[in-house]
Write a protein that binds this ligand. Sequence first.
Ligand code: THU
Length: 142
Amino acid sequence: MEINETELICLAKDAREHSYAPYSHFKVGAALLADDGRIYTGCNVENASFGATNCAERTAFFKAVSEGVHSFRAIAIVGAPDGTDTKDTCAPCGICRQVMREFCESKDFMVILEDGKGGTLAMTLEELLPRSFGGESFAHCH
Ligand code: THU
């Protein structure tokens, strides 16, 4: 399936409008494309107990997984301080990379970011999280 990077970035920007970020004032949006063509969006949801905060990417993944969807093609991520336009690259945090790794075993799952110049930057999850840890390591424990 063709990935429309511009459309996914646009949907991530729309989702960012719902960001709840009263503490960091850093608003993030994500749009996750499933293999079947459906798109799940997410935003960061902060909490006064900071560790309870959920990133935009994980919100999108958990929405999809909670609806029974487990195979994915790509995710677009945009983020910037409140009041500023997204433009610069907002890379996914380490925890979100690991969550993507759980559900995106295919090495060609794409992460799409903005490039700071009005265009997009696309890379594989494998590039962002090389030599990663996954469920296959449990294969021999019962
Ligand atoms: N954030 C995300 O939503 N995704 C990331 O990958 C990086 C960080 C959010 C979490 C927090 O609400 C704010 O950005 C500042 O860290």
